[in-house]
Design a protein around this ligand. Structure first.
Ligand SMILES: [Zn+2]
Length: 131
């Protein structure tokens, strides 16, 4: 099926899915230790608690458009958020390019990394917050 789709379209789709998955997993890593809802609540700025607008919450583009700062309070958004989304985009593009089933294996691994980070950067750790 994918053989009939141009390669660049596969890479864009895989990258977009990977970036979105990484963004959501990063949000889960922030919310789960704080017992926050992971499915229905809108993303908020951890500094000013304002809701992040949909246009600012697009993986990769949101961080770049805002130049790494909250639109409301202008506090910095950690660069690791951009790094997670870039890594997710790269993994997604490679996975869809190589084989779709590999995406499942990588997705499982991608869940383990943010959860490990959540344990390390959880509310009790005293380290930098991120949404
Ligand atoms: Zn803010």
């Amino acid at each position: 099926m994918l053989a009939s789709v141009p390669t660049w379209i596969c890479l864009v789709i895989g990258g977009a899915v990977g970036a979105a998955l990484a963004s959501w997993l990063s949000a889960c890593a922030y919310r789960i230790p704080r017992r926050m809802n992971i499915s229905s609540d809108r993303s908020i700025c951890p500094h000013c608690q304002s809701q992040i607008a949909g246009r600012d919450n697009v993986p990769l583009f949101g961080w770049l458009m805002l130049r790494g700062r909250c639109r409301t309070c202008h506090e910095p958004i950690p660069r690791r958020e951009l790094a997670y989304e870039l890594a997710g985009a790269a993994v997604g593009a490679v996975a869809i390019f190589i084989h779709l089933y590999l995406l499942v294996v990588i997705a499982i691994a991608a869940i383990a990394i943010p959860l490990a980070l959540a344990a390390k950067h959880g509310p009790e750790s005293g380290q930098e917050d991120s949404p």
